[in-house]
Design a binder for this molecule. Structure first.
Ligand code: ZN
Length: 466
């Protein structure tokens, strides 16, 4: 039988209570210091009574990280707390502030209740540490029990570049790019929706609110070796039966959204360079847009291509095609070529044959559902391909000859210089229709190429000349 979701007491009431306790406490201490009146216990006695705790600190397996353990075996209000410290003061300050607030809240609430009743509680803050490159992610899980049926579990994360001591957050991770945040938020919604563990427990309204594309909503995440994990509190987006909901996404899947400092390193793969057609005097160029479609950026790019009567090729991700079938139809109806760019954007050369085929086939199915036709061409994510992958994909696989690095600089003003720098006839230009900066910088590129006499063709058209 399912327990119905029970709404907790509002956080502000708790804050108000704790605030009141803090104010009263200060008055007590103030009066004690001022009057020396024996009816008030002195400050030391208060502290010792409240928290006879045992603090120890030791080195950890993570270089530069010390772990502090703070345990109290107090009968009525025991606690066990673990947290990390580094050599960086700003980081330590933020951790210590958090720990102090959590402890004050617990002890304050317990004191209030003990006046009324003989209840016991428990505070447990546990620590998990993850390392990715030179970044540490510390995940603190706080379980507070104020009496037998009033408990709450929350997650707080602390993220630091352990080479520089700088803290980072979701803004740093996504390079302050609102378009990337929108995509990120959509990924999280769909991952929650399709996870069978949460299926019957999701609170739809709460989920929609908690995953709006707002920076402040994505404070809790951790970077692991190959993935990024986003955390939610117990009861926040699903009933408490779902436990602490998390979303884990592979770094290669979200790589296109990440600031360059966080992107996974890819070996540069050789790109195909179409040979000049010997008898052709015609100048041609194939513009390509990867990782979309995107509801705003792709639309803007379509409008610009239309204005310059340019045909291009869109290498789409099946995971996005499924959400925007109407947009895929618009791309097709405008005469552009549609290529398969896999479902989850993985490094295919590291996957099993079955997984590679699934990436390709599921995307083909999404395209069939959207436009009633298959892709005509394929591009492997990161350009990573080898003979075994090629043998599994029943399409011509095409990389690029000019990388505009639009995914890295995210600067509309750099798009044209990047194209000009490597310009050559029969070029295949790599861009991404998920970055606003790419749409913003495209018109000067089209204008320049047109004035230079280039014809804008699709990748398949370009290949026909060879
Ligand atoms: Zn891509």
């Amino acid at each position: 039988m399912k327990t119905p979701y029970r709404k907790r007491r509002g956080l502000w009431i708790d804050l108000l209570l704790v605030g009141t306790i803090a104010v009263l406490g200060s008055i007590v201490i103030y009066l004690t210091v001022l009057s020396d009146d024996p009816i008030f216990p002195n400050r030391d006695e208060l502290a010792v009574e409240a928290t006879p705790s045992n603090i120890s600190e030791e080195a950890s397996i993570f270089p530069g990280v010390r772990i502090v353990t703070d345990i109290s075996n107090d009968e009525k209000m025991p606690f066990a707390i673990q947290y990390p410290l580094t050599k960086y003061e700003p980081f330590n300050d933020s951790i210590l502030t958090y720990i102090k607030e959590a402890k004050d809240y617990y002890i304050g609430m317990m004191r209030l209740q003990q006046n009324v009743n003989d209840l016991t509680g428990e505070l447990n803050i546990s620590l998990e540490t993850y390392e990715y490159d030179h970044y540490y992610s510390f995940v603190l899980t706080n379980k507070t029990i104020l009496n037998n049926d009033e408990q709450q579990t929350t997650v707080t994360t602390f993220l630091i570049d352990h080479e520089t001591g700088e803290l980072f957050d979701i803004r740093t991770l996504l390079n302050e790019d609102l378009t990337s945040l929108e995509t990120f938020a959509t990924h999280i919604q769909s991952e929650i929706a399709k996870n069978p563990a949460y299926k019957d427990h999701v609170l739809q309204d709460e989920l929609a609110l908690a995953t709006q594309p707002k920076w402040r909503l994505f404070k809790r995440f951790a970077l692991k070796k190959d993935s990024l994990v986003v955390y939610f509190n117990e009861g926040e987006i699903a009933t408490t039966e779902a436990g602490l909901p998390t979303v884990e996404m592979s770094l290669s899947f979200i790589n296109p959204l990440l600031a360059s400092a966080f992107q996974i390193e890819m070996e540069a793969e050789e790109t195909i360079v179409p040979k000049q057609h010997e008898n052709s005097t015609k100048k041609r160029i194939a513009l390509t847009f990867d990782d979309g479609p995107h509801p705003e950026v792709t639309k803007q790019i379509l409008a610009l291509l239309n204005k310059y009567d340019a045909k291009a090729t869109f290498f789409m991700l099946g995971s996005r095609v499924q959400y925007y079938p109407g947009l895929v139809r618009e791309v097709r109806d405008a005469g552009h070529e549609i290529g398969n760019h896999t479902w989850t954007h993985p490094v295919l050369t590291k996957m099993s044959a079955a997984a590679v085929q699934k990436e390709f086939e599921s995307t083909e199915q999404a395209l069939l559902d959207a436009i009633g036709q298959n892709s005509t061409i394929f591009r492997p994510p990161y350009g990573a391909i080898n003979d075994s992958v090629r043998a599994l994909i029943p399409r011509t696989s095409v990389n690029w000859t000019i990388d505009t690095l639009d995914w890295k600089h995210r600067d509309s003003k750099q798009l044209l210089p990047m194209v000009k720098k490597s310009m050559h006839n029969n070029a295949i230009v790599l861009m991404h229709d998920i970055h606003q900066s790419t749409a913003d910088g495209l018109e000067p590129v089209l204008k320049y190429l047109q004035s230079e006499g280039y014809e804008f063709v699709t990748v398949s058209e370009m290949l026909q000349y060879h």
